[in-house]
Design a protein around this ligand. Structure first.
Ligand SMILES: [Zn+2]
Length: 226
């Protein structure tokens, strides 16, 4: 699966190098991302600038994602086609991925429920504020569970992530002990937040794999045809 994902990224890059797409919309979304990152850094602490943040790309993929090219110390955000229309859908994806570029971790080392929940919490809050939407939850149960766990912690102190990151700058490496000590939350709450997001409430492998394969096929097709 990882190989397929890598191939997909290479396709998007190849297309860029061949100059097959007009990049002006991506450049304007990138400007929005930088503004959103300023807000995220104010609330949650600085972005790890040892990673070069490359210009984002729009794909036909089902989910927006952030790729961390660990050996090259480089990150790139890939948005879905929903972001083409701009507006709150683009802002939602940008705000979510902004959290993932704050403190990138290599493949297989995260994100935790804390990081994914923070990304969901922040993106919801961001679109509510900018677009006056009043949304209270997200549709995907797993993301909603992560968001709720983070919201409960943030309710006491909006800057708690910033304080935690003074001790451990990498969000997905913040451990239970630190959460209990700095955020003052209960051990079971800390344990939930430190759970690997992918393994939380995991459905059988075959179901995931089939779904993943389907997504990748439509994703690849859109990049070839787009
Ligand atoms: Zn995410």
């Amino acid at each position: 699966m990882q190989l397929m994902e890598n191939l997909l990224t290479i396709e998007a890059e190849a297309k860029y190098l061949l100059g097959l797409k007009d990049r002006s919309h991506e450049r304007s979304l990138m400007k929005n991302l930088l503004k959103i990152l300023e807000e995220a850094e104010f609330l949650f602490g600085p972005r790890d600038r040892s990673y070069d943040l490359r210009e984002l790309r729009i794909t036909e993929c089902a989910y927006a994602q952030t790729y961390v090219f660990y050996p090259l110390r480089m990150t790139r955000i890939y948005l879905t086609s929903s972001s083409k229309a701009g507006g709150y859908l683009a802002a939602y994806e940008l705000a979510h991925e902004a959290i993932h570029v704050l403190s990138p971790v290599p493949w297989g080392h995260g994100p935790t429920m804390l990081e994914e929940g923070l990304a969901t919490y922040f993106s919801l809050k961001h679109v509510n504020r900018i677009y006056g939407l009043g949304l209270e939850s997200v549709d995907e149960p797993k993301y909603e569970a992560a968001r709720r766990a983070v919201s409960a912690m943030m309710a006491k102190n909006e800057f708690v992530i910033k304080e935690l990151r003074v001790r451990q700058p990498v969000i997905s490496k913040i451990d239970e002990r630190l959460l209990i000590e700095v955020a003052g939350i209960e051990p079971h709450h800390a344990k939930l937040l430190c759970t690997d997001f992918d393994s939380y409430g995991r459905t059988p492998w075959s179901t995931n794999a089939a779904r993943g394969a389907q997504r990748l096929v439509s994703c690849l097709r859109s990049i070839w045809e787009g």
